[in-house]
Structures are given as C-alpha cells and as structure tokens.
Write a protein that binds this ligand. Sequence first.
Ligand code: B1M
Length: 221
Amino acid sequence: MNRDELLKALYEETLVGNAPRVLELTDEGLAGGLSPEELLFESLIPSLEEVGARFERGDFFVPEMLIAGKAMAGALEVLRPLLAETGVESVGTFVMGTVKGDVHDIGKNLVNIMLEGAGFHVIDLGVQVAPERFVAAIEEHRPDIVGFSAFLTTTMPMFKANINALEKAGLRDQVIVMVGGAPVTQEYADAVGADGYASDASAAVARAKELLGRRRAAALA
Ligand code: B1M
C-alpha cells in the first residue's frame, strides 16, 4: 500500500469503527515512515469529522459514533508516546477535564498529549468533572492552568459554573482558565470570563504557553 492508499484505508476503517484494522494500519503507517501527525491530521481526525457529519444527517446513530470513537482512541494510544516525546523539563502544570454532563474525551486527550509533548505536566481529571472536583484538584495540585473541555452546546454553560465555583473558593486569581471543545468559540470564552480559548490541540499548546509567559512576566514586573 502506498502512502495515500494507507491514509485512505485508515480513514475508511475509522469511519466504520474497525478498531483492530485501525490499529494495524496505524502500525503499518508508522513502520512505513508516516509521521504520527500525518496519520492524525490526514486520516483520523477527518474521519471523525465525517462521522459527526453523518450523525447530523441521520445516516449514523450513537452506536456508530461510539465504535468510530473507540477505534480512534485505540490509535491515539499508539500515537501518544510518539506525540508526547519530549526532553523538555516541565514548563508548567495543567489540570484538565471534560465538564459535568459530557462524556466526550478524544479531543481532550489529544490536547493533553500535545501539552505533554510541549513539556507541561498534565493532571487529567477525566470526563463528567463537577465544579467541586475542579476546585479540589486546584487546591491539591496548585496548577498554573486549568482547562475545561465541552463538546455539547448543552454542557458549555458548565464553564461559567466552574468559574463561579473557583471564584467562590477564592481560587480564580490563582489559576489561568482555558476553555475549548468543538462548539466553543472565542466569543463564548470571552462571555464566560475565561482567560484563553483554542480551537485545536496545537493552538491550545501555543495559547497555554503564551498565557503562562504573560502571567510570569506580570509577576516579575
Ligand atoms: Co458525540 N456529539 N454525542 N459522541 N460526537 C458530537 C460532539 C456532535 C458535534 C456530533 C454532531 O451532531 N455533529 C454532537 C454535539 C452537537 C452539539 O451539541 N453542538 C454530539 C452529540 C449530539 C452527542 C450525544 C448527545 C448523542 C446522543 O446521545 N443523542 C451524546 C452525548 C453524550 C454526553 O456527552 N452526555 C454523544 C455521544 C458520543 C459518543 C459517546 C458516542 C462518542 C464520544 C466518544 C469519546 O469521546 N470517548 C461521540 C463522538 C465520537 C462524537 C464525534 C463524532 C467526534 C468527537 C471527536 O472525538 N472529535 C462528534 C462530531 C464532531 O466533533 N465532528 C460528536 C475529534 C476530536 C479530535 O476533535 O473533539 O473537537 P474535538 O477536539 C478538538 C478541539 O475541540 C480542541 O482540540 C481538540 C483536538 O484538536 N479542544 C480543546 C478540545 N478540548 C479542548 C480544550 C482546550 C482547548 C482546545 O482548552 C482547555
């Protein structure tokens, strides 16, 4: 199989949720010299976007979304150590979680991997994280940044609930708040009072570094 055939096959097998074949193709791609980024951005992510489009059109239902998501998650586990390879000392601590009511975690996990790759120490609280769990984790780990992911329009309001909980606990000034997830926009992030927003994993890393740099510079001034 040449490069384009392999990327196409990986796209198709992810679309139908054939997890064993997705793993095989991921391994074959890497062995054949494709980079983890090529597999991710040219096959796996576009395939899940198509899954979402089919779900919206009523061609796919939740079970199809679930098996495609599982197939993607399996490939991500293979790619994780390669994407997160870093010799960099920890640049900062990042507490991350998907908000209460939301079980989507593939995008969050990808952001975590890229943050780790950029040298962040990431504490992942998982999915369905209630405001009080974010508060407890911030009190325990004293992170530089807390990240809230939401993938549904119905769970995005949890950003505000989380920020309110941080304010109530007296923690809001001590931590940078970043938000993201498929339906989130810069406007929404501004409206809820987040410090930063990013549309994808690479942008999240760049934004996290920028916000941290600014905060550290302000502390020194
Ligand atoms: Co769901 N789902 N889902 N789903 N699902 C979406 C999100 C949806 C857009 C599909 C669609 O209609 N097109 C839609 C939401 C519509 C909306 O609210 N606007 C939807 C729906 C409706 C639902 C259910 C309600 C379906 C139902 O039950 N009727 C249900 C909700 C369950 C719940 O959470 N309570 C549901 C369930 C599921 C599954 C469990 C079956 C499965 C999740 C599996 C899992 O995550 N473990 C699933 C899946 C797979 C999807 C789609 C198809 C793929 C999501 C994904 O992994 N994308 C999705 C369609 C789509 O997104 N096109 C869909 C790939 C991932 C790499 O991208 O998640 O955007 P993304 O993450 C990006 C950025 O958002 C950003 O960086 C990531 C990497 O680049 N980012 C951040 C993420 N977090 C960030 C944090 C940051 C910064 C950036 O800073 C802190």
